[in-house]
Design a protein around this ligand. Structure first.
Ligand code: SF4
Length: 455
């Protein structure tokens, strides 16, 4: 018997469900007749809003699916599988009914400080609890409804990542400017439903540091289920007039480190982990070594730029012999430069020098004038800065850059293709994944496949 039958009705496709991206051959999905570009509208009678709904409903051995085919024809399939067998298809997007955007007007919002002409996705101000659960995006809780809290609780969407910034209502109003701020109540409702939370505080000098930070940490420490607190410094660009500094001085950065240290010590005694962690910038700006890997516990806020420097340093030291061997294998005539952000470059250069005292591989910290302000990370470099920053490197040399400068489609922040970068900077450019493994395989690749020599 055919697993599906056409209903013959025609209904608009847009926003009705999840678009199927790929169907693997010889899987339950392909055997049932599912095809790429089908739009899965419902499963076992439940309308699908996102992949979470799909995972929630389709956790058994059989699922009854209603879908739309090209032209709008509705069809029904029954997918069956053996225990443990994957369904064998993927959705094009994780959220089917549109990403929820924020209702706030945060004083420090980085999106409002961006120049024009960047990749469109960069201007999206998402504030969607589903992306928080699926991808670790930080949300503010200011747009959560009662139904959202009920769904989070029912489907166990835990942990979530919350940008809280402060617990003092007046300071919150000054920082977040939400029309109706029930975030602290929502925070407690989620904890009450046994949803674990990771918290972020964007630290704005003179606003939520000092006693306000101490009050926020006290409030958070009283609550079971707050798994970690990450403190990151305000980021600002030159395309605004409101901010001029953000803990860039060694003194200011050390004050924050000193203010947080007693909390880390106390929480280590109480809970066996540091609990509150500072962004790498604080240690870089202070001119101090970042804490040990043990102090970062299981690196709960790694993707938030907390512990990346320590992790990279340790990985370089662990892989020192392999790195030294791959550098020794580079063609003698070839000049190799690794470009990175201005902030991390001194640490990277120092670590590399211990492995490569002959300086066969150079490190260049590239200044970010496109954004300006205190933007110093590699992931925000654009074509103009790369062109300028690499101008002093040998023209016939090879440049290695971290792949975080481009998205998965090979598009840079300034909407240019990464493939055009070599022409723009006038040197051969290759991308590396942003970890020590990527550096190692990139160097090995250069040794095995060096650029052809110019006559
Ligand atoms: S929550 Fe605040 S910082 Fe985040 S996008 Fe909205 S306005 Fe910007």
């Amino acid at each position: 018997m055919s697993a599906w039958g056409e209903y013959g009705r025609h209904i608009p496709l847009a926003g009705r469900g999840g678009v199927v991206a790929v169907v693997e051959p010889e899987t339950p999905a392909s055997r049932a007749g599912l095809q790429a570009q089908d739009v899965v509208v419902s499963a076992d009678g439940q309308q699908l809003r996102d992949v979470i709904d799909w995972q929630w409903v389709a956790d058994g051995s059989q699922v009854d699916v209603v879908l739309l085919r090209s032209g709008g024809a509705e069809a029904r399939l029954v997918l069956r599988r053996e225990p443990g067998e994957p369904w064998g298809f993927s959705f094009a997007e994780t959220v089917f009914d549109g990403v929820r955007t924020c209702r706030n007007r945060c004083a420090f919002c980085f999106m409002t400080q961006l120049p024009k002409g960047l990749r469109r996705a960069l201007y999206l101000r998402d504030d969607d609890y589903r992306l928080s659960f699926l991808q670790g995006n930080f949300i503010t809780l200011t747009n959560l409804s009662d139904d959202d809290v009920a769904r989070i609780s029912e489907q166990r969407l835990s942990p979530l990542y919350v940008s809280l910034h402060a617990t003092d209502p007046e300071v919150r109003q000054r920082l977040v400017c939400a029309r109706e701020d029930r975030a602290l109540d929502r925070f407690d409702e989620l904890l009450g439903a046994d949803i674990d939370l990771h918290v972020q505080i964007v630290l704005v000098p003179g606003v939520n540091d000092g006693p306000v930070l101490q009050e926020s940490l006290s409030w958070l420490a009283e609550r079971e289920g707050v798994l970690s607190v990450g403190i990151v410094p305000l980021g600002y660009t030159a395309h605004q007039q409101r901010f001029e500094g953000s803990f860039e001085s060694s003194t200011a950065a050390r004050e924050v480190i000193a203010a947080v240290a007693p909390w880390q010590e106390a929480m280590r005694v109480r809970d066996g982990c540091s609990w509150v962690y500072l962004a790498d910038e604080f240690y870089l700006n202070a001119g101090l070594e970042p804490p040990s890997a043990e102090d970062y516990d299981d690196f709960p806020q790694y993707a938030n730029g907390i512990g990346m420097v320590r992790d990279f340093m340790d990985a370089m030291r662990t892989s020192a012999l392999e790195l030294a061997t791959s550098i020794a294998d580079l063609p003698l005539h070839l000049s190799v430069t690794v470009g990175t952000g201005e902030l991390f470059a001194p640490v990277f250069a120092r670590e590399l020098l211990a492995i490569d005292p002959a300086r066969r591989v150079a490190v260049v910290g590239i200044r970010n004038d496109f954004f300006g302000g205190n933007v110093g990370v590699a992931g925000l470099l654009t074509t103009s800065d790369l062109t300028h920053g690499l101008a002093q490197t040998p023209e016939d040399g090879l440049v290695l850059l971290p792949d975080c400068i481009a998205n998965a489609d090979g598009v840079l922040l300034d909407d240019r293709l990464v493939a055009s970068l070599g022409t723009a900077v006038g040197r051969e450019v290759r991308l590396l994944s942003c970890d020590v493994g990527g550096l190692l395989s990139g160097l090995r690749d250069v040794a095995d496949n060096p650029p052809s020599r110019k006559e």
